[in-house]
Design a protein around this ligand. Structure first.
Ligand SMILES: [Zn+2]
Length: 602
């Protein structure tokens, strides 16, 4: 997660600032420049204040810090909404490409556009706050229970990850979905009002507004995602068929031999991450690989030392070390004396060099990877800090999430030997286990990464109406993921609302893009680093050439259309999921052997 606040990541909820819609006389180029100057200055200043307040609130939760952060955030978002609306005044002014791009980014900055009518704007803000509140407080209370006995999201996540009793899994799965029906009416009204705001800005609907952020027409972006999914689907089908057979061996007829998999048996509420199944779907003999978690614990590698490993990866590529203030001001361990938001995040408080990260680090392999992910945000943010504030963002929202994960792909057993964390890398016989473990997480995620926004695009466009919300949701989940619900789901339910990003109105396609991009980056940088072995064994650690390429891309920020940034890094102007297919090729061959005679698909 990144809290880069400047443009794309910021507009979670926009307050209703009824922007000036322009006078009669056409504005001049000088007026456009003056407007951009004001926008850049104001955004930089208010974002700084909102980040300071947000940092304190995240690392010291009290009613007061929450109120202060909410105020700073509201001031910031009101300003951005005003600039986004006013930017269209200059649509017909002749301007250099650089200034034109800043105006376009401003116009596309919002995730939600409030209607000009202040009453409606207020209603919209309240709807979103109330849906987020319902989700945040959401609990499943089993028969007659109340209060602390009810299960919150963490407890439910834990049960779905570890419990193997199908009746219990189904009960808890259904239980979590009971939080959502109270949001359904609000969601339908939210769709109406946010669409109205989007149309006032000239977009066909809110979904089209989201898809306009990708330097191509909205419909071309949807087609791109379909094309990428076409590249990945055969790989997914192999994994799906293999896991289905393993689940059937365990749970019997509850899992069909040839149909969709019941969603509650996949180890995760949304069936978006199957890695919790590894202990019984993994190859015989386990992963036959090192346990980094054991190594970190045995050697007492502290949270800051773990972070130093991450920093040294970046410096090995030629990046400057993190500033001293990063080490003084970051939060690395969960404090004992106060409440903090433990969810990992990376910050650049002043959008220049006040980099920080916030994480409650455990000595685990998972957190070791997350550290690299978060540092990717930090190094990216510093790389583009020389640009005008409006350009201080990633090339598109998938890029920001992908950079740190690209580095994490280079954390191979050979790399761990190189930095002295393990003595000897396991031989190639452990590779299938290693690949399967990450495929259960990254590959299994892909179709869900498409479903969440595919559903919303249909809803925002009016193709799906409230009387068909749930049906459309499950049709998409079956079509893309090949899963089916634990029990029949009627329209009195609202299953999409049981996923955070729906009530919080956070776009989701970026996570799919990030998954595709990180493998494309990894393949290109590995080639630049001269790696000639199998892709999953390549590490770019220590490669100055790969570092130069990476840095050049990060320094561009959002100043150029993302295909230019992609080309600078990979030499390709198109997204290409074949890198992920290459990476998992040994696993695909192994899965296909296991699947001999079995039907693929559903
Ligand atoms: Zn992130």
């Amino acid at each position: 997660m990144s809290t880069s606040r400047l443009l794309a990541a910021l507009a979670v909820a926009a307050l209703g600032a009824a922007g000036c819609r322009g006078g009669t006389a056409a504005p001049s180029a000088d007026e456009a420049r003056a407007f951009l100057r004001e926008a850049n200055d104001t955004i930089l200043q208010l974002s700084h204040e909102a980040s300071q307040a947000g940092w304190v609130q995240n690392t010291y939760i009290t009613v007061d810090t929450e109120a202060i952060a909410a105020r700073a955030n509201a001031a910031f978002m009101t300003a951005v909404t005003r600039f986004a609306k006013d930017a269209s005044r200059f649509d017909n002014v002749d301007l250099p490409a650089d200034e034109r791009r800043q105006l376009t980014l401003l116009k596309n900055a919002l995730t939600m556009a409030a209607p000009a009518d202040p009453t409606e704007a207020e209603e919209l803000a309240q709807l979103v706050a109330s849906m987020e509140g319902i989700y945040g407080r959401g609990k499943y209370c089993e028969d007659g229970e109340s209060g602390d006995a009810c299960l919150d999201i963490e407890e439910i996540t834990e049960i779905l990850a570890k419990d193997r009793d199908p009746a219990r899994l189904r009960d808890v799965w259904e239980g979590w979905h009971t939080i959502a029906p109270p949001m359904k009416q609000s969601y339908a009204r939210f769709v109406e009002l946010s669409n109205k705001g989007a149309r006032e800005l000239g977009f066909a609907d809110t979904g089209a507004m989201w898809r306009s952020k990708y330097d191509m027409p909205p419909e071309a972006f949807s087609a791109e995602l379909d094309r990428l999914w076409g590249q990945l689907r055969p790989l997914y089908l192999s994994l799906h068929a293999y896991v289905r057979a393993k689940l059937r061996a365990r749970y019997g007829d509850q899992v069909p031999a040839e149909g969709p998999i019941p969603a509650h048996l996949l180890g995760n509420i949304w069936a978006q991450d199957w890695s919790n199944l590894f202990d019984f779907v993994g190859p015989a003999g386990g992963a036959r690989t090192v346990s980094l978690t054991d190594v970190l614990r045995a050697r007492s590698v502290s949270p800051t030392d773990m972070t130093r490993y991450g920093e040294r990866f970046f410096t090995s590529l030629g990046f400057e070390p993190l500033p001293a203030t990063f080490w003084e001001r970051s939060l690395f361990v969960k404090p004992r004396d106060r409440e903090v938001v433990c969810h990992a995040s990376a910050w650049n408080i002043d959008n220049v060099d006040d980099l920080r990260f916030k994480m409650c680090i455990d000595q685990t392999a998972e957190d070791f990877t997350t550290i690299h992910h978060e540092l990717g945000h930090n190094f990216y943010a510093r790389a583009y800090a020389g640009r005008p504030p409006i350009f201080r963002d990633s090339a598109n929202d998938g890029f920001h999430e992908a950079i740190g994960d690209t580095i994490a792909l280079s954390v191979t057993p050979e790399y761990l030997v190189k930095v002295g964390l393990i003595d000897r890398a396991p031989d190639a016989s452990g590779d299938i286990g290693l690949l399967l473990r990450t495929a259960l997480e990254r590959l299994a995620f892909l179709p869900f990464g498409l479903v969440v926004d595919a559903w919303r695009w249909q809803v925002f466009s009016g193709q799906v109406t409230p009387d068909g919300y749930n049906r459309a949701w499950w049709e998409l989940r079956e079509r893309y993921q090949g899963v089916r619900p634990a029990s029949p789901r009627g329209e009195e339910l609202f299953d999409p609302g049981a996923k955070y990003h729906i009530p919080a109105n956070t776009p989701y396609a970026r996570y799919f893009l990030s998954a595709v991009l990180q493998f494309q980056f990894h393949r290109a940088l590995s080639q630049t680093a001269g790696c000639t072995t199998l892709l999953h064994r390549c590490s770019i650690h220590g490669s100055a050439d790969a570092g130069t390429r990476l840095r050049a891309t990060l320094e561009m920020g959002a100043s150029q259309p993302w295909p230019d940034a992609l080309e600078a890094l990979t030499g390709q102007r198109q997204l290409d999921a074949s890198a992920m297919v290459d990476y998992y090729a040994p696993l695909k061959a192994w899965l296909d052997e296991q699947n001999t005679g079995a039907k693929l698909g559903w």
